[in-house]
Design a protein around this ligand. Structure first.
Ligand SMILES: [Zn+2]
Length: 221
């Protein structure tokens, strides 16, 4: 579904199974953020099709982190021309302890490509400027994306509407998570787009959410 012009949102709404929210940033290039679980890819592609977007339109897939519910379906794009990008630290983690999450699910890390690495700073894709933030805590190479033109923050599994990312997985770090959330809270965000759960529209509501997190989660992190 469309959030604003050239900006699409694919929420995961089935409470009985886990998967991530996906986002598409469009314009002269088309960027998918977080492709999700392999077994749910068909649903994402069907929803995209309803918005007139086909997998062939994709120029780039950005993964906020390498957990299976955000990353696994990359394997289906190996033969495609689409570029794939992630943080270098996250790939290091995936090759090391990160793969245990896949092993816990009885599988192995999926096939993927890191055609280039995303680093803290500006990412220029076509005429789109995105700000990349390295936000460890949920995983070592977690990243968030801020789109200044829309004042939109894609926060991955770092911070949600009314919650924060887990830090009990291997590679998690509560102090780092707190620091990452603190940094994100400084941004001028009007559209808050987390990796799971509800999105938040409106600057005041976004600030209220950060205040709620600070009051209720920071003491226990
Ligand atoms: Zn995760």
């Amino acid at each position: 579904m469309i959030i604003e012009e050239d900006f699409f949102y694919y929420p995961w709404e089935n409470p009985f199974e886990n998967n991530c929210n996906s986002y598409i940033i469009g314009g002269d290039v088309t960027v998918l953020v977080d492709v999700g679980h392999l077994k749910h890819l068909g649903r994402l592609l069907a929803s995209m099709e309803e918005d007139g977007l086909s997998p062939q339109d994709l120029d780039l897939i950005i993964s906020t982190h390498c957990h299976p519910d955000h990353f696994e379906a990359l394997s289906q794009f190996m033969e495609s021309k689409v570029l794939m990008a992630m943080h270098r630290e996250e790939e290091r983690y995936l090759k090391d302890h990160g793969k245990t999450l896949y092993e816990m699910m009885g599988t192995t890390s999926p096939r993927y490509r890191a055609d280039f690495y995303l680093e803290e700073g500006i990412l220029k894709i076509g005429t789109i400027d995105l700000q990349v933030y390295h936000t460890p805590g949920h995983s070592p190479g977690s990243l968030c994306l801020y789109w200044p033109k829309k004042k939109a923050l894609i926060s991955g599994d770092v911070v949600f509407c009314g919650g924060v990312g887990r830090t009990d997985f291997t590679g998690g770090n509560a102090n780092q998570l707190k620091h990452s959330i603190q940094r994100l809270s400084q941004l001028d965000t009007e559209i808050f787009l987390p990796g799971h759960g509800e999105i938040i529209m409106g600057r005041e509501s976004v600030l209220q959410n950060f205040n709620f997190i600070r009051q209720n989660y920071f003491p226990i992190l």
